[in-house]
Design a protein around this ligand. Sequence first.
Ligand SMILES: C[S@@+](CC[C@H](N)C(=O)[O-])C[C@H]1O[C@@H](n2cnc3c(N)ncnc32)[C@H](O)[C@@H]1O
Ligand SMILES: *[C@@H]1O[C@H](CO)[C@@H](O)[C@H](O)[C@H]1NC(C)=O
Length: 308
Amino acid sequence: MLPSLVALTMQDLLAGGLFSLAALEDAAPVALQVPATSSGWKAWNRFRTLCDHHVRLCCALELTVDKTSEKELERWLAEPVRCVILSPSTFLLNRSGYPVLPKKAKALLEQLFRRQVQVIIAEPQSVEQNEGLLPRLSYIARLFQALPPLSQAERFAYSHMDTLQAPLQPLADNLESETYELFETDPVKYAKYQEAVFIFLTERKQEGRPMPFCVMVLGAGRGPLVEAALKAAERAEVEVDLYAVEKNPNAVQALRHRKRRDGWSSVQVVPGDMRSWDAPKKADVIISELLGSFGDNELSPECLDGAC
Ligand SMILES: C[S@@+](CC[C@H](N)C(=O)[O-])C[C@H]1O[C@@H](n2cnc3c(N)ncnc32)[C@H](O)[C@@H]1O
Ligand SMILES: *[C@@H]1O[C@H](CO)[C@@H](O)[C@H](O)[C@H]1NC(C)=O
């Protein structure tokens, strides 16, 4: 039977150089046992570089943290930590004489719990220390059970944590309705857009500019930014003419549906590409959300440059 994990210690490596990359070709992950200190991270980093960042290589972290800064400890959250090793000496006794983890170690372990690590409570070196095994075990169990529930955003992202994804290309491809639905679960974005548009419209009004103000939402999708802009106009008590430009024919259907259903009488849905759209007048404000998740994957400057 294959072991579920092959553990290597730094001593193994220093002693014999017995490790060969072939070990990584077996099915089991190989964990390098390292202390969570600064020098531990450097050793780990050198080793995994030598192993060419092999996906099966992971670390078994000894939680000895006393002099390591919090910033340095945070680095481990970006590493493939599979196990956390707690030796008796990692624990302190609290005022009632129970074993507890020092603050920094506790904080790191709580975050690592979210990454589904296995905890190894290391065997004590002496009989006296053995007494504390059960209290140590139940302390760690209680720590795990007392983790706060995931927030809505964390729950949403949980299955994608640390997973590389191909960036979307909304210009080249037409996005699916469910992708728009995902965008629309963002609890922050649309509120911030609404606030920004509200401030803009309020200032225009105070300057005494003639209404209605011309608002253009470029790349409107299924319309959440249109809704945000309309709400902002209502709050600012201004009249607007709103153009919702969208090149995805499926999203255009959704926009037309919303215009009817929600009585968006000041909204004109414009099917087509913003780069070639011949706008009937100049806009007071252009609203877009084409930033994408990685660099320029939505070609925002290219599209907006055309629109301008
Ligand atoms: C990231 S989505 C944002 C959609 C919507 N504003 C939202 O917040 O859910 C970008 C949208 O811009 C549209 N788009 C991208 N390039 C465009 C272009 N050149 N002309 C018109 N629409 C474009 C895409 O089809 C997509 O619907
Ligand atoms: C010490 O730890 C025990 C077990 O974790 C806990 O029940 C107790 O309240 C703690 N005492 C103090 C003074 O923090």
